[in-house]
Structure formats: structure tokens, C-alpha cells
Design a protein. Sequence first.
Length: 322
Amino acid sequence: MPTKTIAILTSGGDAPGMNAAIRAIVRSAITKGITPLGIKHGYSGLLNYDIWEMTIRTVSDIIERGGTILYTARTPKFFNEDDIQKAAENCRKSKIDGIIIIGGDGSIRGADCLAQHGIKCVCLPGTIDNDIACSERSIGFDTAINTATSMIDKIRDTAQSHERCSVVEVMGRKSGNIAVKTGIAVGATAILIPEYKFNFEKDILERINFTQKMGKKHFIIIVAEGLNIVDEIMEKITKTTGIDSRATILGHVQRGGSPTAFDRVMASEMGCYAVELLSHGISNKVVAVKNNKLFAIGISDALKAKKSFDFRLYERALEISI
Ligand code: ADP
């Protein structure tokens, strides 16, 4: 049966570049003679029938905007079997031949539930955390590390003037990916991540003392959100070194803002690829990136994939921050 209608939803935490993906899906679908439908507020919209037809012009002027025009939601109800059945039933009633879900790990799990009820799903990795095991990159990560970098550059100016230590928490939930990339980009003296069990003396004090001996007068310490210790570390540094320290939590600025060209291009390519898969009758896949190339992996394999962490990059960061 040819694919006549494709629906799109964004779910979980928003990420800059989701709009670029939505735009690509809508336009690529229309070009192929497929009707695109937008589902608002993630899986909630599927339960509440918040579904509308999208046109070429409903996605005008959104490629440069952060957030998602379809809104996003965390829908605890979706864990319930009755609701999954209802969502699948609503898909059938709306004559949806396939759904493209843009979101993180949780959203992919939701798609897996729908797929098990016969709904054809394709997922795009959309999260600033870059913590989706099957893909080297997720939509929004590049923008988030650029935002964090430019914010910490500003913090550095004042840390430098006052010869202070700035301890900065960056996002990433249980993943240290944002912390490591941002840490390198801002020349952090130490980077604390959930993937590595740090020792305060060795990984912070010794590094501050060593770089101080080399003439360094101000310090940036990056702490990943998942550790939840930014204030504690700031207080310990002040107490043990006497260096005036400040703690900053960057927070949601990292989730918003205009997507970088990298995220816009990748999201656009992923959107077109997802439509191509569904139009060829291929479904229940996650679109992922390996060596800068897109590929499709089965949802259940994607969920089974083991998360790896680039410790080489972490070592490099420490090697040059002296
Ligand atoms: P993310 O997609 O960014 O990881 P969440 O973990 O909040 O964000 O998941 C987004 C939504 O996906 C949830 O609100 C829920 O509707 C659905 N979801 C998450 N985990 C599951 C699961 N194990 N089974 C079914 N649905 C899930």
C-alpha cells in the first residue's frame, strides 16, 4: 500500500533543530505527493486527537528558530497499555500511514510501543544531550555546545578580571558529552562528568595547583548536570585553595536559541531521509549518524545499543588545559 499520509510529533526535551527537521519532513512529503500531519504536544496530541494538516507555508520561517512549533510534552500517561492502544487506534482513524517521532531515548521507547501495535514509526534523534547510543550525533547537540561555549566565554572575562575560579554546570542529564566538548572549547582546568569517578584532590586540587604554578590566575571548572554538585565543588575549592570562586548553572539557555548551521543541515537531511524510508515502505527504524553518514537502525536494536563515551577526547582536554 502506498504511503499517503505521514504524521510528525516532537516529544521529550526540546532541542534546537527540531523545527528544521519538521520543515524538511513536511516539504519532502509534499514533494512526494504525501500529506503531512502535525501532532501537537508529543504523544499527548495523539491521545487527545490534536492533529492538523501541515502545508508548505505552515513551516515557513522556522528553520532558524529553536524550540518546536509542534510543542513537546512529557506524557506519563503513555506508559499505560490502554493509552498506547488508544494512540494506535487514533492513528488508524486519522489514516496515518507512518509517524516520524523526533525526540530522545524515552520518545524512542514510546515509538517502540506504538510499533508493537502495528503503527509504522521512524524516529529522529532529537536531544541536546547527545546520549542516544546508536547515533554519533543528535539534533541540538551542536547548538547546545556552541551556546554553552559562548556563555562561558563571558563568564571567563569576569573570572579573569577578578582572578577567580568559576565552577559552571552544563546540561546533559546523565551524559558528560556536553561537558567534555564545552570543556575543551573553553579551556577548562577540570571537567567533572558522570562517566568518570573523580577524586577532588587529584582531579581538581592538583590541577589548580599545577596550573597556578605555571602562571594561571583564573580557572574554569566544568561540572556535568548529572552530578548535581556545582555548589559543593565551588565551596570546597574556596575552602581548600583560598581562591575566590563562583558557581553558575547555565540551565535552559542551552536548550533554546537559533540552531547552528550544522544542526539545521543534519536535521534537514534526517527529515528527508525519514520520509524516504516511509515512502519506500521501510519503518520501525531510528535514523542515526556514523562517520558523518546517515543510516537506519531497527528501533529495538537502537534501544539495545550500548552507550559509549569518548574518553580519548576527555584525556585530550586535560592534556592541553594547563
Ligand atoms: P526524551 O525523549 O527526551 O528522552 P522522555 O524520557 O521524557 O524524553 O520521554 C518522552 C516521552 O516518551 C514520555 O513523556 C512518554 O510519553 C514516552 N516514553 C518515555 N519512556 C517510555 C517508555 N518506557 N514506554 C513508553 N513510552 C515512553
